[in-house]
Design a protein. Structure first.
Length: 108
């Protein structure tokens, strides 16, 4: 199993309960595929640098997991098909970085 980091930008117009449910769907998908879940960091609403799907604001969530590549491919596919997701990125990260506190980026 390899360490991964996933950043997802959800539609900021969704309720907190809907965003929580969407994150839960992603984490339960990974858990069902045998992944070891790491920290989940909710950055909250942030302005976008440019419009995505006619939106100027997004709700950012970053999660880490140790999983097989097939499980991350499945997660990427489901995030691509999800209507509430504006953008996502799945990255394989170095072993030394995995599990460290993600921290919220500085406002700028």
């Amino acid at each position: 199993m390899r360490p991964y980091e996933v950043m997802v930008i959800y539609d900021a117009e969704l309720d907190d309960a809907d965003i929580r449910a969407a994150v839960e769907r992603s984490t339960s998908l990974l858990a069902s595929k045998g992944a070891e879940l790491g920290p989940v960091d909710r950055w909250g609403k942030r302005p976008l640098a440019y419009r995505l799907k006619r939106k100027w604001e997004g709700y950012y969530v970053v999660l880490q997991a140790r999983a097989d590549p097939e499980a991350m491919d499945e997660l990427g596919r489901t995030l691509t098909l999800a209507d509430e997701v504006l953008r996502h990125k799945v990255l394989r990260i170095p072993e030394a970085v995995y599990g460290k506190t993600l921290g919220t980026p500085a406002a700028g």
